[in-house]
Each structure stands twice: as C-alpha cells, then as structure tokens.
Design a protein around this ligand. Sequence first.
Ligand code: CP
Length: 303
Amino acid sequence: MIMTNTTVKQRSLLGLKGMSQPELVSILDRAAYWDAHTEKQVSVLQSRFVANMFFENSTRTRFSFEMAEKRLGAEVLNFTSAVSSVEKGESIYDTVRTLESMGIDAGIIRLKPSGVLQELAEKVNVPLINAGDGNNEHPTQGLLDLYTMRQEFGELKGLHVAIVGDILHSRVARSNLWALQTMGVKVSFCAPNNMRADDMGDVSYISMEEALQADVVMMLRVQLERHAVGMLKSAEEYRLQYGLTEERAARMKKHAIIMHPAPVNRNVEIDDALVESPKSKIFPQMQNGVPIRMAVIERALRN
Ligand code: CP
C-alpha cells in the first residue's frame, strides 16, 4: 500500500496536544481490546517492518514497543545509537532516512532534543511514533497513564490529578496535561520554584498538602541528567519537601492512587515502601504500556 503524505501524518503520533477526545477514546478502547485478547501473538502486522530508533536510553518504552510489535506479528528492527553510525557523526535525519530507504513501514523514535521531531516527520514518508522527545512530549506514556486511570476509576471526567515534582523537564507532565484536560480532568502541579514551567498554560501550582487530596498523585522522577549544576541541593532535602513519604501517603484519600512513569529514584521522590504498596499503580502502568503501544502501532500501520 502506498500511503499519501496526509495519511502518513494522520497515522503518526507526535504528541497528545490537540488530539481530540474521540481519538483519545478510540486509542484507549483499542488498547482495552488488546488487553483482553488472550492470544499472545497475532498476525495483524505480518510482513510489516517497524524500526525502534532510540537516540536516548530507555527500558520500559523500548521493550514495551518491541513486545507490542511482536505481539502484533510485525518484523522488528532495533536501532541503538551507541552502536550505530551516529557515533561516527551521522545525523538523526540521515539515520531515519537510511532506515526509510531500506523499507521500514513505521518508526518509533526517542530523541534527546525537543523541537526536531516535527520537522523530521515532515521530511519522511513513513509514520513516526514519538517515544519521548526531550522535555516536549511522551504521548504513549500519557496514553498509558490515562488508560491506567480509566481502569481504576471507570470515568476520567471529574477526576483531580496532581502531578508532583520536576515539571520543568517533564515530557510526561506535558503529555498528561494536554490529554487529561481534553478528557475533562482537573490537573494541578506541585513543584519547587526552580522546577516549574511557564509554557503550559493556566495550570495551578498547589502545595504538597493540597496535592495529597487529589484522586491521582502522580510523582515525577527528578531528572538529574537534564539539570543545570546546583538545581537540586540534596536528595534528602527534596524528599522532605516534595517526596511522597510513607507518612504523607497515609494522608491520601482512601480511594486515591499513586502513579509514577518510572524509572523511580527510590527514597527521593517516592519512598521505597510505597512503590509496590496497594495504592501504587506503577507496575500496572508498565503492564498497560504494551496494549497501548499495540493500539498506537496498529493505528500507524493497519490498512
Ligand atoms: N517511563 C519511561 O519512559 O521509561 P523509560 O525511559 O525506561 O522508557
């Protein structure tokens, strides 16, 4: 099948900003379909080639995409920049064009810088799925987070989600904000002054005490690798002011849940004992990453 540029654009997933409510719901519904599917492997994407192009480290996203592709019967190519010609100075664009010229049908891409993915997607003729670009967006993480909340509460509309921590550097906070607001969810942020962002519209910053009263307390990883020197005085001080400690978690609402995109800095933004506590949905989030990515890849490739 030859796809037109419009079709390629429509099948790509660069971000959740601007995605309509029906489209979000259709992806979540299709993920639910795959979640309930007992057959481990199907041939829906037989003879379709998908390249996982990770220019930045990943465990969850990379392996759940690969799992999703293989469950759908696709042929999978894994590209890792550390063992590629990127190490010889080849650009991201030339790398993607190289794989495109070899005949891939779709590309999953994770990038360190923000703001280059849009331009890249306009230059290639295969659908691209954003697996996290800088601090811009991480759409499949946002979708799996919505899916996890819907699984827990049935309905998203009317929920209050407090996102706590390093908002400034968080593509997860951005993707969640755009999609949750579209779904009628109230989103609040809680962050130290030097980790707040001013590019995300009119979102209220609340205290840690107020955040504990939300239906979902979503903790973010302190992204030390993206910090300027001196941004974090000490891990212990951060934990005392903004960490979800056992004592704080005990003050959450009875029905409320804890989320975190992971990887987790245990005993910094969240106490070790909470990671696998009954309120925590951290591992179910990871589990939900597979059906969500199946739905997104299928959307990108199915005739
Ligand atoms: N949540 C997430 O994106 O994890 P990875 O960096 O391991 O993919």
